[in-house]
Design a protein around this ligand. Structure first.
Ligand code: SF4
Length: 192
């Protein structure tokens, strides 16, 4: 399957999840401006394939916005490595997601039927199971890649050697072991 088709299937999985989870989401109390899950959850997971979609989206930003997000991502990574619970780098001042249309699945699956108020989201059990299924399918769609916190996945993809090799479907684990271990990334099944 070529990369274009894989990316298309990622979007299809997002859409499938939205359709299947709809009956449980009708009671959601989430609203624009409430970004509790972008601030308090601490881990925004993504696969490398999802990371590629986000990087492509960022290519449409102007130089200043790119420079700014790169700085925020750097700070975010450093704080996360120091164990600090940080707000997502993509959350703007109005508490809106700057990459909403391409946000990863870990963000799409989060909603709450009760105001979080720092207590965490309350999600229907069936929606959790559905989310686990889609998460597994996203990883299977990206057998040569990795999963992990979004900012770390983007960092890995910014490594020219990794990106080139990954896009060809083969990369050497030893070349990136340091990054994989430091950022606690999960290497998918088909990867080295
Ligand atoms: S990517 Fe967007 S939706 Fe996901 S945590 Fe960050 S700001 Fe929130």
């Amino acid at each position: 399957m070529d990369l274009l088709e894989k990316k298309r299937q990622v979007i299809q999985l997002y859409e499938e999840y939205e359709r299947l989870v709809q009956p449980y989401k009708t009671l959601a109390v989430c609203e624009k401006g409430c970004a509790s899950c972008c601030i308090d959850v601490g881990s925004v997971g993504a696969t490398t394939l999802e990371g590629l979609l986000i990087l492509e989206y960022l290519q449409g930003w102007d130089d200043q916005a790119i420079e700014e997000i790169n700085r925020t991502l750097r700070e975010n990574r450093s704080e996360k490595l120091n164990g600090v619970l940080v707000r997502c780098a993509f959350l703007d001042e109005e508490e809106s997601c700057r990459i909403y249309v391409v946000r990863p699945f870990s963000c799409r699956r989060l909603y709450s039927v009760r105001k979080c108020d720092g207590q965490g989201a309350v999600v229907h059990r069936r929606a959790v199971v559905l989310g686990q299924k889609i998460e597994k399918e996203l990883q299977e769609l990206d057998p040569d890649g990795c999963s992990g916190h979004l900012t770390f996945i983007l960092y890995l993809l910014e490594e020219e050697l990794f990106r080139r090799s990954y896009l060809k479907g083969s990369w050497n684990l030893e070349d990136f072991r340091d990054i994989i271990e430091r950022y606690e990334l999960v290497v998918h099944k088909g990867a080295p």
